[in-house]
Design a protein around this ligand. Sequence first.
Ligand SMILES: [Zn+2]
Length: 474
Amino acid sequence: MAHEEPDSMSEDSLDWLEHEGSLAEVVDEERMQDAAANAWLAAEEEKYVAINDSDSYLAVGGAEAGSVVAAPPAGLAPTGTSRAPAITGRDVALAGGRPIYLVHRGARYANFLPVVMGDLHHKKGNSLTVGAIANLPSAKAQTTSGFFRQTSVAALRIADPQCYRLDDKVLRLPPKTIGPQVLKYAPYLADPEDSDWLRQVLDAQRAVGANILLTPGRALNPDDPQRSLDAAFQEADRALALSERGERVALNLTIPSRWLAGGALRNRLLDEILEQDQFDVLYVRIQWAATKAFAPTEDSDLLMGIRRLANLCGDEGRALLLPQTGITGWLALAHGATGYGLGVSGSEQCFAEFAFRRGRPGQQQAERYFEKQILHTLDRSALDPVQSAPGYLSCDCSYCPALFDSQPWSQPLAALHHIFAMGALTAKVHEDSMRGGRHAAVRRIVSSAKRWSSGLQLGSDDVPRHLAVWDQAL
Ligand SMILES: [Zn+2]
């Protein structure tokens, strides 16, 4: 696999839940820990499988893993034993027959993401649709288009313009979200007043190969609701007018959680969405209060708001995509959301309000493992009582054997396991939906996680407290 130079740590500028230590320490540690993942990758055989209903092949191992090719390289016969499902087109994907699983390209381990996306499509592609999200301000256009090329299993390619970075008066963002590096990658962020601004935002997405365009998605201000809604919808309408034949445009909204927590504000937002039915795809990013990294929100008002939003979209046949929500987005599949996004960092599991945290010098990156049987990410030190409990099923992903074999703990392998395991859970919602639809499927998974985890001896930090709230909300 081609290892490109990291663009710069500016990619991590929004990754505030993760690095409490200095940036330099994070980088050094990653270099060291890449060894285990690189060794794993090098040991993986280069393999190609035929794709159903097409003349193409999917690379499922080796340097090109995740990409679709016209033919395997000379001398390499395709593996005869298995085939990959046909790759869904954008419009079929958005029709929502299968849940959409969006993988965010973040600063960490981006080179490994195509591997797991190809793997997921190969093994679970009949039950989920894989999509890719890359943030325009985080990397060179060339890097982003290269990522999209290699993740050609993705039915949706979203180049997020992240124009909400301009809205530090409405959102709680870390300082300097628009520095010189960001302006180099996303020059449109320099002047939103420019008369040609909207076209620049759309062109930047087109240039890297996005196959669905987002409106700018400036943050909606809960203190000035009507004006803010009007401005966002006017801008979105103008973006729609600038779209060309064959293009699809998603209404991109960025909202502080107050909009969904209840009362008049929630009703106003939902009414407005209901009325603006020219948008059949919604891409909604919600900022909520930071919790412990990787712990989903337990805020029942917010969960109810997400439920109402998803219900509305489900009832009206609109595709609701919830980027940057992690397992909270997975829960929303029960209520009518079409898809959700997650990445490998804590900040990609939720768009959390920024809170200043003092870094401790020499602090190590936490060693976490997503445990799908309890729908929770645990510290590695808490795994023993879980994995030795009766009824425990070990993960059957391709990364876990190497992960549990390697010393030190391999952050990239743990991340690949997380992405794969959440993908498998997403596919399970589809597979189990024959009885009672997706709602019933999610409820069964949550209930069984709650039941099983109640018998475990876990420290107070590791208890999956969200499950009780979720169980109630379902
Ligand atoms: Zn695993």
